[in-house]
Write a protein that binds this ligand. Structure first.
Ligand SMILES: [Zn+2]
Length: 221
């Protein structure tokens, strides 16, 4: 059995945790579990919840915990039944202390309470605002294009060719609202993991490849 199976990425909005999660999955052959992707996929089912999720995202509002967790548990179940699972990376959850507690219980349910690493990717406040107000999102596949290096010159989505647009809540007011949420909800959750001595700090204020190197090193890979 390999030593590390579950990697959780935490960080302020714009810290690049989604990018790092995807890179790590590619590098190590891990599965990816991200709330953004899961929710987008769920909107394809046109039942009550599918439609309501779409509506809620379009209004720039947050999806409540029970709805996210139902989708999450289904995904974890599919991982559990997979042969040769090497590991998986969690991106975009937990968002609050209660979600962290639920996630811990869920992982324990599946026998995954060991072999877990929690990374906190941090960047300075000024950089958060800069990255969030300038980044773009693919209108077709939902890929977030970070405002970083060569990516700034992209005219179309580098994955599917879709049109790049700005996210509705990536204006200054939206960013300030998300930072307030980050301080009041997310940071106490980071503290929760800190108290358990589970947080590994990563400096996210450098080129994407350098951040990826730091993560791999701290993972012991
Ligand atoms: Zn795309």
């Amino acid at each position: 059995m390999k030593k590390y199976k579950i990697v959780i990425f935490l960080g302020p909005p714009g810290s690049g945790k989604g990018t790092q999660a995807a890179l790590l999955c590619k590098k190590l052959g891990y599965e990816y579990i991200g709330s953004g992707d899961l929710l987008r996929a769920r909107t394809k089912i046109k039942d009550y919840t599918g439609k309501k999720i779409k509506e809620t995202i379009d209004q720039g509002k947050r999806i409540p915990t029970p709805v996210i967790f139902k989708i999450w548990m289904d995904r974890l179940e599919s991982f559990r039944n997979k042969k040769n699972l090497k590991g998986f990376v969690i991106d975009g959850s937990p968002r609050t202390v209660s979600e962290a507690e639920m996630l811990e219980q869920a992982l324990e349910w599946y026998g995954w309470n060991k072999n877990k690493k929690v990374f906190f990717i941090n960047i300075p406040l000024k950089e958060i605002v800069n990255r969030l107000t300038k980044r773009k999102i693919c209108s077709k596949c939902g890929r977030i294009i970070p405002y970083f290096g060569a990516l700034n010159n992209l005219k179309k989505c580098d994955k599917c060719g879709g049109k790049l647009v700005k996210r509705a809540d990536d204006n200054l007011r939206g960013v300030q609202e998300r930072l307030r949420w980050f301080k009041s909800e997310v940071l106490p959750m980071v503290e929760y993991y800190k108290k358990k001595k589970m947080i590994i700090d990563v400096n996210g204020d450098k080129p994407i490849e350098k951040v990826a190197e730091e993560i791999l090193r701290k993972l012991g890979k």
